[in-house]
Design a protein around this ligand. Structure first.
Ligand SMILES: NC(=O)c1ccc[n+]([C@@H]2O[C@H](COP(=O)([O-])OP(=O)(O)OC[C@H]3O[C@@H](n4cnc5c(N)ncnc54)[C@H](OP(=O)(O)O)[C@@H]3O)[C@@H](O)[C@H]2O)c1
Length: 328
């Protein structure tokens, strides 16, 4: 068995990690922490009462290193970069669910804040397994992708070489409220969210930077990304509608089917997927439709699983030389 630690277990993705890892045949949860410690896991997450009796510690690098070989960081950005260098120095494998290691320094600092661990940022591997599995297998630090970038990139990648040059790509994306984390605020309060929906950070959201950066890194070309996220009055789930213009006529369904032929966590659909179709799973469902040379790509994922925790477990499996789908 490989002993694992979850740092940030008190949050939404932390709980999701526990629920996945409880069924994993090779990973054993041996250490969990949040910023304060002093409670049991069941006190924080009552659904785990009688399921996993373990104390939640205040994060200690020495204790993590004593007890585990692999660490999931389910903490906010900035917090992750203050922990990662110490974990790597102790020889641990790390999957970071935050944004801290997904971009280069210039892009990160434009979208987030000053970066304090530039060295490890250079060496981190972006954890989108369909594209980077060989690199993931050989790294100690995986930057787990953002939820919107996961749903967008999986839909877009098969078609990037067919896009008409100098035309914009529009991404209209919708997420359940858990995407914002557990911290209370007026926007996500029940009385604001119920029977309501709205765009936020249109064309300026941080995940737009990530989509543009990863696309450019992967294809060595620049794209005009126009990304608008929306909140839906549901707890979890994500739907992306992507609109672009093609250079030529193509058989989009065939291209998509061939592209993901050997990938078990991408499903090609003949009808637009719903949010419920992928709820609680690691699947990304993709549907495409064409009108002449205008292409519509529609993807569905669960933001807490494929958009965060189950994708993190897939990455950890690959890092440890296990079957990528183990426990997921
Ligand atoms: N939610 C999603 O759908 C989603 C999807 C993709 C990626 N992500 C990313 O994943 C990370 C976690 O997201 P989330 O939604 O789970 O956030 P969350 O619900 O706000 O939970 C974050 C947790 O981090 C803990 N934390 C803060 N500082 C810590 C420290 N020094 N040591 C240990 N724990 C610490 C907090 O614990 P206490 O406050 O209890 O101390 C909190 O429970 C974020 O970086 C987020 O951007 C989230």
């Amino acid at each position: 068995m490989i002993n694992v630690a979850i740092v940030g277990v008190s949050g939404f993705t932390g709980l999701e990690l526990v629920q996945i890892l409880l069924h994993h045949s090779k990973f054993r949860i041996n250490y969990v922490s949040n910023s304060t410690g002093g409670q049991s896991l069941a006190q924080i997450h009552p659904e785990l009462h009688g399921v996993l009796d373990i104390a939640v510690s205040k994060t200690s690098i020495d204790d993590i290193a004593d007890k585990s070989q692999l660490v999931f960081l389910a903490v906010p950005h900035q917090t992750a970069m203050s922990i990662v260098p110490k974990l790597l120095q102790k020889g641990l494998k790390v999957v970071d669910l935050s944004a801290d290691y997904r971009l280069d320094v210039a892009t990160y600092e434009a979208a987030y804040c000053a970066h304090t661990d530039k060295e490890n940022l250079q060496n981190a591997t972006y954890g989108l397994p369909e594209f980077y599995s060989k690199d993931i297998a050989n790294t100690s630090l995986v930057a787990n992708p953002g939820c919107y970038p996961t749903a967008t990139l999986l839909g877009l990648m098969p078609f990037v070489s067919y896009i008409k040059p100098d035309t914009p790509i529009f991404i209209d994306a919708k997420s359940g409220v858990s995407g914002a984390g557990k911290k209370l605020n007026q926007t996500t309060a029940f009385m604001n969210m119920q029977e309501n929906s709205f765009a936020y950070s249109p064309l300026t959201h941080r995940h737009g930077y990530e989509i543009e950066y990863i696309l450019k890194n992967f294809t060595k070309k620049s794209y005009d990304i126009n990304f608008v996220p929306h909140l839906l009055p549901i707890s979890r789930g994500m739907l992306c509608s992507i609109y672009l213009q093609l250079d030529n006529k193509i058989d989009a369904t065939k291209i998509l089917t061939d592209y993901y032929n050997s990938q078990k966590f991408v499903r090609i659909r003949t009808n637009p997927p719903t949010i419920k179709d992928t709820a609680g799973t690691n699947f990304c469902d993709i549907f495409v439709a064409l009108k002449g040379q205008n292409l519509f790509i529609n993807t569905s994922i669960d933001n807490l699983s494929r958009g965060a925790s189950s994708q993190a477990v897939v990455n950890a499996n690959i890092m440890c030389g296990l079957d990528e789908g183990l426990g997921v």
